[in-house]
Design a protein around this ligand. Structure first.
Ligand SMILES: [Ca+2]
Ligand SMILES: [Ca+2]
Length: 102
């Protein structure tokens, strides 16, 4: 993975995970409640998600740490637990905030 992809992936997963928990990515990312999402809010969420993903707290993300995150996302999308993620499950995940399509 390149240096751009990892932060982008972390942010996307952070936003979609948070949206699943709170119903809307906008509400979660709007940390100060002013109705807008600023760069500092995006960066704060990304920093927090990075810290949560960095299980061994060494300041970098290993392949294992990223795979753990991706597997958790996969499990959330695989709503019928058949070990496969269908287009319907992705669409449903996008609708309910489990998965963010960009
Ligand atoms: Ca680490
Ligand atoms: Ca499935």
């Amino acid at each position: 993975m390149n240096s751009y992809l990892i932060p982008s992936l972390i942010f996307t997963l952070a936003a979609s995970s948070a949206a699943a928990q709170q119903g809307s990515a906008g509400r979660l990312l709007d940390l100060n409640g002013d109705g807008a999402v600023g760069r500092s809010e995006l960066e704060q969420v990304a920093r927090e998600r990075f810290a949560a993903t960095d299980a061994d707290k060494d300041g970098v993300l290993s392949v294992d740490e990223l795979l753990f995150l991706l597997l958790a996302k996969f499990d959330a999308l695989d709503t019928d637990k058949d070990g496969l993620v269908t287009r319907r499950e992705v669409i449903q995940g996008a609708a309910d905030g489990t998965f963010q399509i960009r």
